[in-house]
Design a protein around this ligand. Structure first.
Ligand SMILES: [Zn+2]
Ligand SMILES: [Zn+2]
Length: 719
């Protein structure tokens, strides 16, 4: 019973004596005769031999099983029953269970699951350790009568032992302090053990403030803690130690919210281990991607309590999408505001004449503030960070892209100031919103964007207030309209892909139908038209006119009725008559006709119907938005497509040649008759789009590209 937990339990249940023929060095004691003084492992063979000689062994067999080893030197250990100090946690089981229920656990399942089970079956806590280093147990025991005394403060220790008030509380000094037994007058010595280190870490909430001897106000203000966080493997460790002591001492949980973090596994979800060689060195990751990207990754990849399959590739993707896109937006603003020497402290947003898209983006960033605040308040870090990412994308790929041209204007017009102030305000708010997730990037942006224009602004972004929701900016209808517009554009782009007509090829019209009551205003319709590169967007349209029906006979029902006319019925269906048949058979109606010399009656059950868009149209419905593109091209549309293609190629060339956005250029082109005519006919438009002062033709052969089947070559130079 002295050498195993289960053996000890069975021994206790059956009142067996707890014999200990082994000493602390792992050697047999004097009671063991010839084996006395020999190590328990080393003596094994001789003991087996003796048992064999005495013919009391039935079978000798090796069994493989797990076995405890020293964590440091790896030598095999033995279980050994010895006296320990315990905290009788089992007597506090009900209180622990109740206190644990008061905690918001993330994930929620921990409350009744992992943690709930653990405290519900809690056993007494062995708090003493036979080590030298550690916090000495403050228990003194009488050498004569066994009376025990727990010392509660230095003052009490000084009073009872006569020690110096500066007494060193560590071993060996503290062991020299003795006191007189109040029961029998003999000497009391400190018990030699030190504390289980979990007793120290579990005392953190009060020990850190030297409570109750000092800082009572700070402690009262901070206890219980709003939230703590550690790896989910701390259930039996820190989470429990904190809770056990706090329940015992204060009768309540020391934390209100607890996030039990998932583990970080390798890319394939396998636990990192030196043995397998799949360990990712965090310092390497920090050096390669920076601390903001690394922090961002753990906020955005998955909920923090889910184990992460760590992937550098995914990390770099989030870095690009989040930090990269945010930087690009800030860069855009800085680039133009530097050119214009724009100082936001000279203007007020309230005085600006905002466009509806400005109001939209302010409403969106405002909604973001609301959403992120709500999610952070609920410890939903993942949801908050995802919302930031999606706004960063909207800002860059919708607001800035849609409004670029307002910044290109060389005059600082009223409209340009409105655009600057809107973008400035949004970036200022966004920077503060993302500050907890990407603190260094946010600080850098804040210093360059805000602090240098506002001397009275806080020295650091992290000393500034978190942004507040502004009710006046809230424009839910506008947000809904823009969302629908955006969706229409998405569907339209997808349709272009399906029919393989590139976005630069203008189309004559696009039809947008909404399931909801929402009405898009002219600005939103022209946004859709521009985005989809169509001449007009039509909303008032009878969709039936666009749908063609393909009908085949339903053999199961028609077969028994008109078996020998089936072939003729099948041939009777065609696009011109099908719409009529569909209308007639709506709502249980019947379509009557003479086919193959017979009177035929058809109901909807007799028809296999497929819907598709009319020739020259392509349509799709998604999320309550139907978009139809008229895909018919004429000469004029094709010509404009060629012009757009030409402009786009030259724009890329401008960039790859390293020209500044403000550089004026000269273009010399060479192509066939058709393209040269198209370029000449549209010269003014091309020149204005490309900041081009001169556009001419000559026999050049550089920078060749194709517009459809036409070869083109151009040279460009700075004016
Ligand atoms: Zn060891
Ligand atoms: Zn005594």
């Amino acid at each position: 019973p002295a050498f195993g937990e289960d053996d000890a339990r069975v021994g206790r249940e059956n009142a067996l004596p707890c014999l200990k023929p082994v000493d602390f060095a792992g050697k047999f004691t004097q009671e063991c005769g010839v084996y006395a003084g020999r190590g328990v492992f080393e003596a094994n063979d001789d003991i087996i031999k003796e048992l064999l000689d005495r013919k009391v062994i039935l079978k000798i067999k090796k069994i493989e099983h797990s076995y405890p080893h020293c964590w440091r030197c790896n030598s095999p250990l033995i279980y050994y029953a010895k006296d320990s100090w315990f905290i009788a946690m089992s007597t506090l089981r009900d209180e622990l269970v109740a206190d644990n229920r008061s905690v918001n656990w993330f994930p929620d399942s921990f409350k009744e699951g992992r943690m709930g089970n653990f405290v519900g079956n809690v056993i007494d806590w062995a708090v003493s350790r036979d080590r030298y280093w550690g916090t000495p147990l403050p228990i003194w025991v009488c050498e004569e009568c066994g009376h025990k005394h727990v010392v509660g403060s230095v003052a009490e220790l000084v009073e009872l032992t006569g020690a110096d008030p500066d007494v060193d509380l560590h071993k060996p000094m503290v062991d020299r302090l003795t006191m007189t037994c109040p029961e029998c007058g003999h000497t009391m010595y400190r018990t030699p053990e030190v504390c289980d280190c979990w007793l120290d870490s579990g005392s953190m909430p009060y020990a850190q403030h030297h409570y109750p001897f000092e800082n009572k106000e700070i402690f009262d203000r901070q206890f219980p803690a709003d939230f703590i966080s550690e790896g989910s493997d701390q259930t039996r460790g820190w989470f429990y130690a904190l809770q056990a002591l706090s329940t015992a001492i204060f009768g309540k949980s020391p934390y209100k919210n607890c996030i039990a973090l998932g583990l970080v596994n390798d890319e394939n979800g396998i636990k990192m281990s030196k043995h397998i060689g799949n360990v990712v060195d965090p310092w390497e990751v920090l050096d390669e991607f920076g601390s903001d990207a690394t922090r961002l990754y753990f906020c955005i990849a998955n909920a923090p309590w889910v184990s992460t399959s760590f992937s550098k590739l995914t990390l770099s993707q989030f870095q690009n999408r989040f930090i990269g896109t945010l930087w690009a937006s800030v860069y855009f603003y800085s680039l133009y505001s530097e050119i214009d020497k724009f100082d936001p402290s000279n203007y007020k947003l309230e005085d600006c004449k905002l466009r509806s898209i400005d109001e939209w983006v302010l409403s969106r960033v405002n909604s973001l503030v609301k959403k992120v605040t709500k999610e952070f308040d609920s410890y939903h870090i993942f949801e908050a960070t995802r919302a930031m990412e999606s706004f960063i994308d909207e800002l860059s790929n919708w607001y800035i892209r849609r409004n670029r041209r307002r910044f290109f204007n060389s005059e600082l017009t009223e409209d340009k100031i409105a655009a600057y102030m809107t973008l400035y305000t949004v970036l200022d708010i966004l920077t503060r919103v993302v500050a907890p997730v990407t603190p260094f990037v946010a600080e850098t942006i804040y210093q360059g964007l805000v602090a240098r224009f506002f001397p009275e602004a806080p020295e650091s972004l992290h000393l500034a207030d978190y942004p507040q929701y502004v009710a006046a900016w809230d424009k839910p209808d506008l947000e809904a309209q823009m969302e629908v517009s955006y969706k229409a554009v998405e569907i339209g782009r997808k349709l272009r892909e399906i029919v393989r007509i590139r976005n630069r090829q203008p189309l004559s019209e696009c039809i947008v139908k909404l399931d909801s009551e929402l009405v898009l205003d002219d600005e939103q319709l022209s946004t859709i038209a521009e985005e989809l590169n169509v001449d007009k967007v039509v909303t008032d349209f009878d969709m039936d006119e666009l749908i063609q029906y393909e009908i085949k006979p339903q053999l199961k029902t028609l077969g028994p009725k008109y078996g020998r006319h089936l072939k003729a019925i099948g041939e009777y269906f065609n696009v011109d008559i099908n719409t009529e048949i569909i209308k007639a058979t709506e709502n249980g109606g019947v379509y009557k006709a003479v086919i193959d010399g017979a009177d035929i009656e058809l109901t909807r059950d007799d028809l296999l119907v497929t819907e598709k868009a009319k020739e020259g149209y392509v349509a799709e419905t998604n999320g309550g938005v139907t978009v139809v593109l008229n895909t018919t091209l004429n000469d004029s549309l094709i010509e404009r497509g060629s012009v757009r293609e030409f402009i786009s190629k030259i724009q890329n060339l401008r960039k790859s040649s390293g020209f500044e956005v403000t550089d004026h250029i000269v273009i010399t082109a060479c192509s066939d008759e058709y393209i040269q005519k198209v370029i000449s006919d549209n010269a003014d438009f091309i020149k204005s789009e490309l900041l081009c002062d001169e556009l001419g033709f000559a026999d050049v052969s550089e920078n060749e590209f194709k517009i459809d089947e036409h070869k083109v070559a151009v040279t460009i130079s700075k004016k």
